[in-house]
Design a protein around this ligand. Structure first.
Ligand SMILES: Cc1cc2nc3c(=O)[nH]c(=O)nc-3n(C[C@H](O)[C@H](O)[C@H](O)COP(=O)(O)OP(=O)(O)OC[C@H]3O[C@@H](n4cnc5c(N)ncnc54)[C@H](O)[C@@H]3O)c2cc1C
Length: 478
């Protein structure tokens, strides 16, 4: 069995450590962040400062691909999460109210989610790793470079730490996230790093966490895992969390100057209050805020394609391999699926070498490319609509014959076949092709929408939103 060193101890690195150790490898995880806070896991999200994982304070939906993998492959972690307060959600129990056929189908059993803050998720994973006898977890430990068999050799033999220490390994797993330095290290060593395709998601997120003071939901849970909508100049989504918490995330165009004020608590609250679907959740008897407003921009859809001859023994998992717009909630699922793929490849091709590298590169490409392309396409359509609204011009429609996500989602509110296909795609259980390239789905969508648009869940108009943010800014200045 091999020795593996993992750069990064967040979702991908921690899940990778558990999976590789279970497959019999000796594993060392090197994480630059200091250790986790002491005390109960449920208290950790408020205390765990993770500057190198800024998304950890933003809302996370844990989709079915990842949740099912967790249940099947890491059942002890799944049980721990539920024991620590994560709530199990079955989307089959939360179908839209006006479906033409509300009956259950066997495949609905796969539509599982977890309502949980991201910090709690990682904390429980970290505890499982720390308690695993076959894994060494070193925190406060920054990797600064790769080691190779010889200068210019296409085979990695370990990593170098900040203080110069070398950690030897047969396998090096790059789980260093969206800003992974590994590509730069390869280029500096004159080795092929592969091509990175990348385009802006054109969205900035603002998130705030709340503690619920009542048991009953304050409004309709139209997303199953929470409530939300995508309107003509913003998106607002409420995510149910662990331990009676929930969070709300607002997304706007990064260059939308009139909405920049959302980073203040006053403007954030005003924008939610202007959104009829979510406003009731902020009533003083319903919830209290438990965090400031967090902002995060600079988000890309990205895909790293392996070069023709990848460096041997080096594998990227998680965000270092691909990122998609967080709005689609796929990052954690794709990270866990890449980990499963890596373990399969190492089992089928135990010898470090070109064959092993090529098998992983081909599998990762098959897994990741459809989601990257889907995300790029959806973001272009949505950003175009938001820009047109902000500029007060008529938005361009999709090319003739092309179904949009908005259309299929709307049709899924009444047609059970479309609902199931869309739900499986959103949960990363079936590829976008199964929705957009299927004749039956197309016919059903067109039929469902032929009577005109149905009233959806209400958001604020552009004018209402801008006014709410401006008023809040004026009030906080005076
Ligand atoms: C705003 C936002 C919201 C999101 N919402 C969702 C969601 O709803 N659902 C979902 O599934 N996904 C979501 N995602 C995506 C998800 O957060 C990522 O896919 C996930 O964090 C990927 O995990 P990772 O382990 O690959 O990377 P990260 O979590 O970024 O972790 C990388 C780790 O590597 C460490 N590291 C980096 N460099 C070094 C080094 N040189 N030496 C040692 N350690 C190093 C870092 O400290 C960090 O701990 C969201 C992302 C964003 C930005």
């Amino acid at each position: 069995m091999a020795t593996a060193v993992i750069i990064g101890g967040s979702t991908a690195g921690l899940a990778g450590a558990l999976a590789l150790a279970r497959a019999g490898h000796r594993v060392e995880v090197l994480e630059r962040d200091p250790g986790t806070p002491p005390g109960r896991p449920a208290d950790a999200p408020a205390q765990w400062q993770r500057p190198t994982v800024p998304q950890s304070v933003h809302s996370h939906a844990f989709g079915s691909l990842g949740v099912n993998l967790l249940r099947e492959e890491y059942p002890e972690v799944y049980r721990e999460l539920v024991a620590a307060g994560a709530a199990e959600i079955r989307l089959g129990d939360r179908k839209p109210p006006f479906l033409d056929d509300p009956s259950d189908r066997p495949e609905d059993a796969e539509l599982n989610m977890l309502a949980c803050r991201r910090s709690l998720f990682d904390l429980v994973l970290r505890q499982a790793v720390a308690n695993h006898p076959g894994i060494v977890l070193r925190t406060g430990c920054t990797v600064r470079g790769l080691e190779f068999a010889a200068e210019g050799s296409p085979r990695v033999t370990g990593v170098r730490l900040e203080d110069g220490e070398q950690v030897a390994a047969d396998l090096v797993i790059d789980a260093a996230g969206r800003r992974s330095p590994v590509g730069d290290w390869l280029a500096a060593a004159g080795l092929p790093a592969g091509e990175v395709r990348s385009s802006s998601c054109e969205i900035t997120y603002y998130t705030r966490h709340y503690r619920a003071l009542t048991k009953a939901p304050a409004g309709p849970l139209n997303r199953g895992f929470g409530a939300g909508g995508l309107w003509d100049s913003y998106t607002a989504v409420l995510f149910l969390g662990d331990n009676d918490t929930f969070s709300i995330s607002l997304g706007v165009l990064p260059q939308d100057k009139e909405l920049k004020g959302l980073r203040t608590e006053e403007a954030f609250t005003a924008a939610v209050a202007a959104t009829p679907l979510l406003a009731p959740w902020l009533a003083p008897t319903v919830s209290e805020p438990i965090s400031p407003v967090y902002a995060m921009g600079g988000l890309d859809n990205s895909l790293r394609t392996a070069p023709a001859e990848p460096v041997q023994g080096l594998f990227a998992v998680g965000d270092s391999a691909a990122t998609t717009n967080p709005a689609y909630g796929r990052g954690v699922s794709l990270a866990l699926a890449q980990v499963r793929l890596l373990v399969q490849v190492l089992t089928e091709h135990p010898q470090v070498g070109a064959e092993q590298s090529a098998a992983y590169a081909a599998g990762a490409e098959r897994l990741l490319r459809p989601w990257f392309e889907d995300s790029v396409q959806n973001d272009a359509g949505r950003a175009g609509l938001w820009r047109a609204t902000a500029e007060g011009v008529r938005p361009l429609g999709p090319p003739p014959g092309v179904l949009t996500f908005g259309q299929v989602a709307e049709a899924g509110g009444t047609d059970a076949v479309v609902w199931r296909r869309v739900a499986r795609m959103m949960m990363t259980l079936a590829t976008p092709e199964t929705v957009y390239a299927d004749g039956e789905v197309r016919d059903r969508v067109l039929r469902a929408l032929s009577g005109g648009s149905r009233p959806g869940f209400p958001g604020a108009s552009r004018a209402q939103l801008v006014e709410a943010v401006a008023k809040a800014a004026a009030n906080s200045d005076s």
